[in-house]
Ligand binder design. Sequence first.
Ligand SMILES: [Zn+2]
Length: 246
Amino acid sequence: MDFASMTFPLTIDVSGTQYWIGDEGPYKLGMAATEFLADEDSANGSLREELENCLRVFNGVFHSFVDSFTGTQEQMNRFMQNSVLCTVGYGYHAVPGSIYLVERYTFTSLRDFLLVELGKGILYGNSPRQCRLCGRWYFHEKGDRTIYCDRVAPGETERTCREVGARAVFEKKIQDEEAWKIYKRAYKKYYARLMKGTMTQEEFKAWADEAAAERDKALRQLQREKISEVLMAEIFRELREKLNRQ
Ligand SMILES: [Zn+2]
């Protein structure tokens, strides 16, 4: 969307989650606000801040784009006081082959347009999200479970954040399984000793408590964002050693 060449008053036709700007479209609600946020060169810093505040407060409550609502009371107040100027009418929007009953909004500024576009998007479950890998904004549609964008990932030439991210999730899962395997193997070994009577109930309990704590510690270490092969091998070696000390 070319914001620089938009002329105001701007009229859009909204039907459900989609809308048209003149003959252009359909766009999905939330897309324009996402594009505005994703364009890091966009000069209008105060509008960017207002949109981010809207996301933090309004979206944070329902579909968190961050892990949890981290807004302050001041942000909440600012959001509650925001309002936009626009007119709404009703009409038909005709496209080849079909005709839509639409709400026809007319905005006098980019701010008014983007705040309504974002707010309506959030109401329908769409919203801009920040990619967990590169941190840039991307459009997130209702029901979409991704947490990564599909731009080329940092430091990559072809693979996208989504590909790199999915790979990382997969690898973490394998690593977790390895930690559990080490734990289960050791558990079997000491449980056999308990059964044979070469280990007392108390000794076994003490071992089991410590083993569970060591296992969880290893799992937490493996969860870290970036982990080298060397460190990973070290975590497994240490876990194996600690669980089989006696
Ligand atoms: Zn990304």
